[in-house]
Design a protein around this ligand. Structure first.
Ligand code: DC
Length: 225
């Protein structure tokens, strides 16, 4: 089945905009598969760290990307995804701020993106796929019939991150979080390869004033229209 005939919904946008949450809920509602492409880049960052490879050594990075022993344990329609790297459950460490920062840096390297492309495309299986990331609608699934690009002000995204940390029992300083949010935006959108930007045919949803439910409603309406 080609991408054209298969239901693929791409959800792109900057970090902290709520893509992951919306993607999980919509995938569950539609009973579609889920691709958290950020998790692939994060796991790759962990693998590079574990192998103590210099991140300027593109040849070594390309080799790791091609041979990455990565497994997502998920069930169709299930919101929870466990990630296994080299046979070890890395679901928790994968989500740390530090891993995200390293992932963002390494994700700007062309050979790494090229080596991880097929792995991402392979997630497209019937009955459908919700793919969340930065370049899902522009590069990985350019023919997807449904494309969404979520935005929210940097202040709002920093606030959401602070609340998330507090809910986990951690502390955060809003100005530091805001600086990190802005630095990640800059890194992801200014890179040469697959920069963060909306696909021409994406529906842009500003979520600054919206609840998760309201965003989900708009996304589901797009699929069902
Ligand atoms: O969505 P996330 O925070 O888990 O992604 C972590 C980093 O991975 C992000 O800052 C940039 C990179 N990434 C990417 O370059 N392309 C994607 N499709 C997804 C993530």
């Amino acid at each position: 089945m080609s991408q054209n005939t298969m239901s693929v919904l791409t959800i792109d946008g900057p970090s902290g905009v709520g893509k992951g949450t919306v993607a999980r809920i919509v995938a569950k509602k539609q009973n579609w598969h889920l691709l958290d492409s950020g998790a692939i880049y994060r796991a790759f960052a962990l693998a590079v760290d574990a192998r103590e490879v210099d991140i300027t050594d593109e040849k070594a990075l390309g080799k790791i990307a091609q041979t990455l022993d990565l497994e997502f344990k998920t069930q169709l329609g299930n919101e929870l995804v466990s990630v296994y790297l080299d046979g070890k459950d890395v679901s928790t460490i994968l989500r740390t701020e530090k891993t995200g920062e390293v992932a963002s840096k390494i994700a700007s390297i062309g050979v790494v993106r090229a080596a991880l492309l097929k792995r991402q495309k392979d997630f497209a299986k019937p009955p459908g796929l919700v793919a969340d990331g930065r370049d899902m609608g522009t590069i990985v699934f350019p023919d997807a019939p449904f494309k969404v690009y979520l935005i929210a002000s940097a202040d709002e995204r920093a606030n959401r991150r602070l609340k998330q940390l507090q809910a986990q029992g951690s502390k955060g300083i809003i100005l530091q979080i805001l600086a990190k949010v802005k630095a990640r935006d800059e890194c992801d959108s200014s890179r040469k390869h697959s920069p963060l930007k909306p696909a021409k045919d994406a529906l842009i949803i500003d979520t600054t004033e919206l609840s998760i439910d309201e965003v989900v409603t708009q996304v589901v309406a797009l699929i069902e229209a």
